[in-house]
Design a protein around this ligand. Structure first.
Ligand SMILES: [Zn+2]
Length: 132
């Protein structure tokens, strides 16, 4: 009885960090090869390779929140360091950091969405289940 339960728990457990990493790369958290996003941010209803149902994912504002959190914590200290050490022309500083913030945000947003979908898949949240 106890052994059976242990085996059951072991086989049904989904590894968290591999799923997050696969999602960050834009791949299906289950098979790691099918793309989960079409166009820029639209989540596919299911994986094109393994048919895993992805419609249960509820990323909502999570990717935007994490993007702002990370970009803000990278760019605010970088802005301070760049200003105090190089004293550039204000317009030069503004231009570089505007482009940097936008580029980093656009880079991170779909990847963090994939990571959140991977997290929800691994933790069986919102209707992700072992049956599918
Ligand atoms: Zn898949």
């Amino acid at each position: 009885m106890t052994d059976q339960t242990h085996i059951h728990d072991h086989t049904t457990e989904r590894a968290l960090w591999p799923a997050i990493w696969k999602g960050f790369r834009g791949k299906c958290p289950k098979c790691g090869s099918g793309p989960i996003l079409k166009s820029y941010l639209k989540l596919r209803p299911s994986c094109t390779v393994c048919r895993e149902d992805l419609s249960h994912a509820r990323a909502d504002d999570g990717p935007a929140y994490l993007t702002i959190l990370i970009v803000g914590h990278i760019m605010a200290p970088a802005l301070h360091v760049a200003f105090t050490t190089f004293r550039p022309e204000p317009l030069v500083l503004f231009t570089i950091f505007s482009i940097g913030c936008v580029a980093l945000s656009l880079y991170l947003l779909p990847r963090l969405k994939g990571a959140i979908v991977g997290f929800q898949w691994a933790r069986l949240m919102h209707g992700f289940s072992q049956e599918t």
